[in-house]
Design a protein. Structure first.
Length: 156
């Protein structure tokens, strides 16, 4: 899901089968339509709040929902019957409280598994813009505007 037609277009251009503009489309209805009523296997949710119950609707039976942020709030009143009936797995993760050893293990795994993809070009970062460090406030303003597509980088 994305927040504008320009981002829908960018996702499709990058090879996505579909992209849903959550500002103009009901992502649950579109997800169901795109999957012939089955739902999706994995949802990475950055919103939380009232999206949790909607994610339960959009998920396939035995689907997985991974909570990675709470932009819409960390409190919700989901219908847990949906979670049980679909045998959903709802989990969460964040890096901040992890130990240094946990973080080091993640870095090692990324180096071993993902870095070769970057090195041989199978995966390429999508760059939106770069700003000198002295213009960090401009970079932050760009991020807050939500107009960016890809990474915003500060150069030192």
């Amino acid at each position: 899901t994305v927040g504008g037609q320009d981002k829908v277009d960018a996702c499709l251009k990058l090879g996505a089968d579909a992209a849903i503009n959550y500002k103009t489309d009901d992502f649950v209805a579109r997800t169901k339509a795109l999957t012939d009523g089955v739902g999706v296997d994995v949802i990475l949710d950055m919103v939380g709040g009232d999206y949790i119950d909607r994610n339960y609707e959009a998920a396939a039976v035995e689907g997985r929902i991974v909570q990675i942020a709470f932009l819409g709030g960390s409190k919700a009143t989901p219908n847990f019957a949906k979670l049980m009936m679909k045998r959903l797995h709802h989990t969460g993760s964040t890096l901040r409280p992890r130990t240094v050893a946990d973080k080091a293990a993640m870095v090692s795994a990324i180096e071993a598994k993902a870095m070769p993809w970057l090195a041989d070009g199978r995966v390429k970062p999508l760059m939106d813009s770069t700003f000198p460090l002295k213009d960090a406030s401009k970079a932050h303003a760009r991020m807050e505007s939500s107009q960016h597509i890809g990474k915003i980088v500060l150069t030192v």
